[in-house]
Design a protein around this ligand. Structure first.
Ligand code: HEC
Length: 104
């Protein structure tokens, strides 16, 4: 579970950063609005809004772009996000992977 610790450390470092205004913002990125926003609202917003309990604001396309490597590791590869118990299918992970691949 060393990787989980790494995720937590980086999340802690990220705390306090980010200048996005409050709210979920596609920031003019239609692909984020279309592909990511629905699953973010359903599964991640509970913890990953600005000032959310995770200490990591993922409520925008810009945040996902900045944190792309962490999202790929935690969501697509290690599958430690979302935490167990949340509905998140392989198809959902595939949507995230495809968005990351298409937004290098
Ligand atoms: C129940 C609360 C909760 C939900 C729901 C949740 N997360 Fe997290 N997430 C956390 C916490 C707490 C951390 C920091 C501790 C850790 O890494 O275990 C974290 C860490 C992360 C990290 C790693 C941060 C880093 O910099 O390494 C990513 C990426 C992430 N979450 C993405 C997501 C995504 C995407 C979703 C939705 C699909 C999601 N999380 C759903 C609580 C949550």
């Amino acid at each position: 579970m060393r990787r989980l610790l790494v995720c937590g450390t980086i999340a802690a470092l990220a705390f306090g950063g980010g200048a996005e205004r409050r709210g979920i913002a596609g920031g003019g990125d239609p692909s984020w609005d279309e592909k990511i926003r629905p699953l973010f609202v359903r599964t991640c917003a509970e913890c990953h809004m600005r000032d959310g309990e995770a200490g990591l604001d993922l409520a925008s396309s810009a945040a996902w772009t900045r944190r792309r490597a962490d999202v790929r590791r935690c969501v697509v590869e290690d599958k430690v996000m979302p935490p167990s118990g949340r509905a998140f299918s392989d198809a959902d992970r595939e949507i995230v992977r495809a968005w990351l691949d298409g937004n290098r």
